[in-house]
Design a binder for this molecule. Structure first.
Ligand code: ZN
Length: 305
């Protein structure tokens, strides 16, 4: 992990621009799987024009991460996702492959395909399909989408049925991973009993699962056991979002913290990462990425040994 030394701060001083994307994989990169969320949109370097998503890839390479998660545009809008600054998806895919970095695409946060409101559900389903198509073109290892919820007067069974219909209609041209959520009384994928009902309806569709440790904690699921608890229900965990939480256990609040900067004992997060043995993405504040990635690498290395 020697390359991580000296890299600090939100702007990753020392980032060698686009050249980092072409750095040879292997030498300093752990063979284990880890990653980070990158939401910064650009890292200007003198004389280097670097688009946002390419910058994310370059930063992942620079930090010796084996995986990266991007959001492809503004995740808080209904705009069809696209790579920033007109980067061709195929060029991005080639750069990621050359750097040996797996890419996960987080779908826009507004998507709620469980919703009992068709004016929310239907555009979300369409946007999710667009996101899957982009993911296929960039060679993404998965598209993450939140489990969603129904409104307070609706029967949660309606949301489950909406998920089943969505998966019947979607062209799963890239792996789709449903993520557990932190709060909401009528959520689809917050508590174990909710995930159980959802999985009874969608488990045979080929959909995968993304387990977020901050959301599990907020939902009241012990983080030390969350991989076993959820894995027993879904039979699979395809990705871990390794985040700490600024709020109390069971708070239903979704405020991420750096791995050592929140209320979840960091050992519990790292034990979940080690138990899952899949890619782990830290959706944590950028100033702690170097430390967070080192912790994830150590956890995954120990679990692989
Ligand atoms: Zn997450």
């Amino acid at each position: 992990m020697g390359r991580l030394a000296g890299v600090a701060g939100p702007d990753y001083p020392g980032l060698p621009g686009a050249l980092a994307v072409e750095s040879t994989p292997g030498a300093d990169r752990p063979t284990t799987l880890l990653g980070m969320q990158v939401t910064v949109t650009a890292t200007p370097q003198a004389g280097v024009s670097l688009a946002g998503d390419m910058a994310a890839l370059a930063q992942a390479a620079h930090l010796a991460a084996g995986a990266v998660q991007i959001v492809a545009g503004d995740p808080t809008s209904w705009t069809t996702p696209s790579l920033t600054e007109g980067v061709a998806p195929e060029a991005f895919a080639a750069a990621a492959a050359a750097a040996g970095i797996r890419v996960y695409l987080h779908s826009p946060y507004l998507i709620n395909v469980a919703s009992d409101n068709p004016r929310v559900r239907q555009p979300g389903r369409s946007l999710l399909q667009h996101t899957l198509r982009l993911a296929a073109r960039i060679g993404a290892s998965g598209v993450v989408v939140h489990g969603g919820h129904v409104t307070k007067d609706a029967d949660p069974a309606m949301g489950i049925a909406n998920w089943a219909t969505t998966l019947e209609r979607l062209d799963l041209c890239a792996p789709l991973l449903i993520e557990n959520t932190a709060g909401g009384g009528r959520a689809m994928a917050r508590l174990p009993e909710q995930i159980t009902r959802l999985w009874e309806a969608v488990g045979d569709s080929g959909v995968g699962f993304c387990l977020d440790t901050c959301h599990a904690w907020a939902a009241g699921i012990p983080v030390a056991d969350c991989v076993a608890i959820v894995g027993d229900i879904t039979g699979r965990i395809d990705l871990v979002h390794a985040n700490n939480s600024r709020d109390a256990f069971g708070s239903a609040r979704d405020r991420h913290a750096g791995l050592t900067a929140g209320l979840i004992p960091v050992a519990e997060i790292l034990s979940a990462v080690a138990a899952a043995r899949v890619d782990a993405i830290a959706e944590t504040p950028v100033e702690g990425h170097v430390e967070d990635l080192a912790l994830l690498a150590a956890a995954l290395t120990s679990s692989a040994a």
